[in-house]
Design a protein around this ligand. Structure first.
Ligand SMILES: Nc1nc2c(ncn2[C@@H]2O[C@H](COP(=O)(O)OP(=O)(O)OP(=O)(O)O)[C@@H](O)[C@H]2O)c(=O)[nH]1
Ligand SMILES: [Mg+2]
Length: 177
């Protein structure tokens, strides 16, 4: 569980549209081996792991169920109970599939669901994943898009090539203070 008041560790919840690469990123950050697949709703529960640096500083990271615009009614209960844990996270990592043609709609959907769950005030960092699949021109478009959705500096990563991962790790450990 992520409740900061229980364990004192800084906690981060990985959220985002289904199939964005949340579990792939979770595995890299924590060294765990959650199932990853090119399919919707591969992850149906929430699990935490630890990201540590050399000096022993650690933060708790959790992987969560994917978001979707029209959630199947059979998943609403699972979805809500899984996501409620994220309310206790200090920061959300909103993972985005950079190769997706419907990227803006998906970012908006995730932001709207977070709002509906009462998490719109929580710090949320946009992480553009799968940058190994995009052209330099597309990356410039993504920079502009990012400005529309967040005031914070977006991060660009690939869970496959690991581009941007060391920078992301350092940034997360910095947040933890
Ligand atoms: N090319 C590329 N593919 C990626 C990257 N990250 C993840 N993938 C692929 O995207 C697919 C989905 O990855 P997951 O990590 O299962 O995505 P998820 O967001 O956890 O998905 P759900 O749990 O189903 O919501 C898999 O086929 C991954 O191999 C990336 O950086 N680049
Ligand atoms: Mg997953």
């Amino acid at each position: 569980m992520l409740r900061r008041r229980e364990n004192g560790a800084y906690s981060i919840s990985i959220v985002g549209y289904t199939n964005a690469g949340k579990s792939s990123l979770f595995n890299i950050l924590t060294g765990k081996n959650r199932e990853v697949q090119n399919a919707l709703f591969v992850t149906l529960d929430s699990v935490s792991g630890k990201l540590q640096n050399h000096s022993g500083k650690e933060i708790l990271i959790s992987d969560t169920i994917g978001f979707i615009r029209n959630l199947p009614p059979s998943l609403i209960g699972t979805f809500k109970s899984t996501l409620m844990e994220s309310i206790y996270a200090d920061t959300l990592l909103h993972v985005i599939d950079s190769s997706d043609e419907k990227i803006a709609m998906k970012i908006e959907t995730v932001q709207q669901i977070l709002k509906d769950l009462g998490m719109s005030d929580k710090k949320s960092i946009l992480v553009f994943n799968k940058v190994d699949t995009v052209s330099p021109e597309r990356k410039e478009e993504l920079q502009l898009l990012a400005k529309k959705f967040s005031q914070d500096k977006p991060l660009f990563i690939s869970a496959i090539t690991q581009e941007g991962i060391p920078y992301l790790k350092d940034a997360l450990l910095d947040y933890a203070g």
